[in-house]
Design a protein. Sequence first.
Lengths: 168, 500
Amino acid sequence: MSGNQIVFIVLAAIACIGAAGVVVFGDNPVRSALFLVLNFFVLGFLYFTLGAQLLGISQILVYAGAIMVLFLFVIMMLQQQSAFLRSTESDGRGPIAWLLGATMFMTVGAAVLAPLGGVTGSPILDTFGTPQSIGKVLFTGYAWPFLISSVLLLVGIVGSILLAKRKF
Amino acid sequence: MSYQPIPTIDWWAIAPVSIVMVTGIVALLIEMFRPNRNNNTIVAVSLVGLFLAGLSVVPQFSMPFGSSFGGMVVRDYLGLVLQLLLITVCFVAFLFSEPYLREKRIAFAEFYQLALWASAGGMIMVTTENLLMFFLGLEVLGIALYCLTGMCRQELRSEESAMKYFLLGAFGTAFVLMGIAYLYGPTGSLRIDAVSIAVASDQPHFVLMALFGFGLLLVGLCFKSALVPFHQWTPDVYQGAPTNVTAFMASTSKIAAIGALIRVLAAGAPLVSYWFPIMFWVAILSMVVGNFAALVQKDVKRTLGYSSVANGGYMLVAVLAHVQAPEKVSLASTLFFITGYGVMTMGAFAVVSLAARDGKEGTRFQDLHGLWHRAPFAAGCLILFVASLIGVPPTVGFFGKMFIFNDALAAGLLPLALVLAVTSVVSAYYYLGIIQAVFVQEEGAVKNESGRPQAGLNLAVLLCALAIFGISLGAENVLKFMAPAEDGRQPVAERTVAQR
């Protein structure tokens, strides 16, 4: 077993534990959210091992950092009234959910795994996914959309300020 | 490492959008340094910025047409005319917004910045052949409009409409994104002509994916342009939003969405046999449902909302006629009708906004009773706008519908032409109901005399009225201007397949 495989298996195992932790262990939403942070964090490392460095950095900064903090905020604000979320009655939807979930898993698995059989190396360039190569694309060919998306963020900020203005 | 060449930048092509965006940022800075209640400086700066943006569009009509940034920005008649129209609509909206916002006690400066950016988003949508740019424009426009819709927080209805608009708009955006993904999958291209690449590849499953993606894209666009059966949000949102926002939204989002729809449908030509029957029925349903549902409304803004659904149907007829027979039917009548629609909708909503008094606003028909006495000039112009919306002969609405009717006949779409004519007659009933509310009925028990003269509103209304007269008097010339002989024949359709 090569070093790459060991690294992958360790990271993948942690990611799987994190994913399972979101839904399996207990019903504390804060704990679920923290498991999701773990999952996102390790996924970021997996991106690094694939050579997609910028994606990994953004995954950790944006998802594990910013978005999950927002999640935690919302959960903590809503937790006082979250009792109705936990309905323990079984109403026959469980088996259907299992069936649909298994079907989904098998479909996606078959679609993803089949083409991967016999693949030994990646055909992409070494520079794929490095901050330099993405930066070069962003600031040349995609400079205009890049600027527009900055205005999109500005719209979001100003819009939320407008909606948060006090009532008269 | 492979270096991407820095693209040669066509500064003129991006000038209008850039100027409008920068104007928004300048307006934001003014608000930052002078955080008081008086928005007059911001309005003035915004109007100047919009004027400059308009000026930067005009010389481009005589420049060579084509695309820069690899198709992300294109210059053609469709884009230039619609850009000019979007700038004009924003300009008119700003003229009458400030008094209305003050009357409603929601004079937030953020309205101007968001409206400017929304206009810029619309302008991006109509001047691109790149699905990524199209999506960005759609989102800039959409998110700004969601927030503006909910800006009147003391009214529950405004918040409700913002929520509805946001949820359904996000739903529509999801369709657009899925569609783009399915077009990108088989072709690896974000260009709008991905469909023809997929069809040219001659691989059945690529064609199938492109067909699916194109269908999703159309669903999303129909959401955005409020075509039946994706129109349910329209009356609620039009009713709940502050009236100046409704005016702005009705014009801007319709113009931008139809402009994008024209390009997407033209690019979908290789699959025309699949989507044409569907869009055919969408057009018929929009005209029928829009006009008939408007008959039973008790609220002016809801009525105008359904009327906008119907008008979307008329525009779709024009687009379909162009796509069906691009060699015979140019886009001129579509552009002509959209221009007329923008002007008369702005005018009508501007007059309706007079119903706001002292932080309250009623928009049922009886709330307009006696408007004739309070604001004779605006009410007089309302006759003109409504006549134009009905399609009474010497107005721009009449010419627009006539051109579309002729186009539909020329393209062999007789059923669409007939439905257009019949539903237009039906629409006269509810439009006349608005006139009746303003003129015939006397004001009820609650006399309210606070209707002070509003120079900005009168100016806006006057501009719209003059535009209606001007465009209809010079209808032939305007039509020629919008589709000059050498370029007007299939301006969009012919190019989309050629460039890769």
